[in-house]
Structures are given as structure tokens and as C-alpha cells.
Design a protein around this ligand. Structure first.
Ligand SMILES: [Zn+2]
Length: 128
């Protein structure tokens, strides 16, 4: 992951602050602890960035999650249908299973992508 440091991809994949990349936005790093999946810090303690830019800011992440969900579904279909040689019905079941199993990751990824559309990395933020 260090390789991506300084790019939006780093913040998206690790859930770190989109501005300084120095700490996680989330109180609980494991997305599979479902009760805490949406629990986020208010501000970044390094650079002071406010994550919830406006009320119900993360509502917009739902739109992103459609796209991310479709990406996972397409990937699951290609693997099940073309690589594993499953039938259409099997592939369909695999898609549903994939979406259920990866839902916490999809939710988090969507939030990370969404906030990274609005906030940009500043290399020297939070060093003062
Ligand atoms: Zn920060």
C-alpha cells in the first residue's frame, strides 16, 4: 500500500483521511464489525479536515455504491462463468453471494471514493 501513498487510490483502499493520508477516518478499522461500519471520526486529528462536509454528506455515497456493487458483480460473473465454467444460474447465485459477502467492503469503498471526489491530498497538511 505504501506504493500508492499520496494518491487517491491510497485513501480509497485504506480508508485514511483524504487530505493528509495519516490516519483512518473510521473508528473501527474492520468493516465486518457491522454495528460500527458507519462510525467515523468527525475530524482528522492530524490536519483537522472535517469528513462530513455537510449534513447527510455520505448519502451521496449510495450512488457510488451502485457502481462499486456492479463492478463486484461483473467480476464475480466473469470468474464464475468464464473461469470456473459455472452455468448462468450458478453464476447468478455467485453474484448474489459475492455482493452479500463483500457488502461491508463495498460500503466502505463507496464512502472512501465519495469523499475523495471532494477532498484532495495535500502532502504537507498536518505537519505543523
Ligand atoms: Zn488528515
Amino acid at each position: 500500500m505504501k506504493f500508492f501513498k499520496g494518491t487517491k487510490l491510497y485513501s480509497i483502499l485504506t480508508g485514511t483521511c483524504p487530505v493528509c493520508h495519516k490516519e483512518s477516518m473510521y473508528l473501527e478499522s474492520n468493516p465486518y464489525k457491522l454495528g460500527r461500519i458507519f462510525d467515523m471520526h468527525e475530524h482528522c486529528s492530524h490536519c483537522g479536515t472535517k469528513y462530513k462536509i455537510e449534513p447527510s454528506f455520505f448519502f451521496g455515497a449510495m450512488y457510488v455504491s451502485y457502481a462499486v456493487g456492479i463492478a463486484f458483480a461483473v467480476a464475480a460473473f466473469i470468474i464464475a462463468y468464464f473461469f470456473l465454467g459455472g452455468g448462468l444460474l450458478t453464476s447468478f447465485v455467485v453474484i448474489i453471494g459475492t455482493l452479500v459477502v463483500f457488502m461491508p467492503i463495498i460500503v466502505r469503498l463507496s464512502r472512501n471514493i465519495w469523499i475523495n471526489l471532494f477532498l484532495h491530498y495535500k502532502p504537507n497538511s498536518g505537519n505543523n
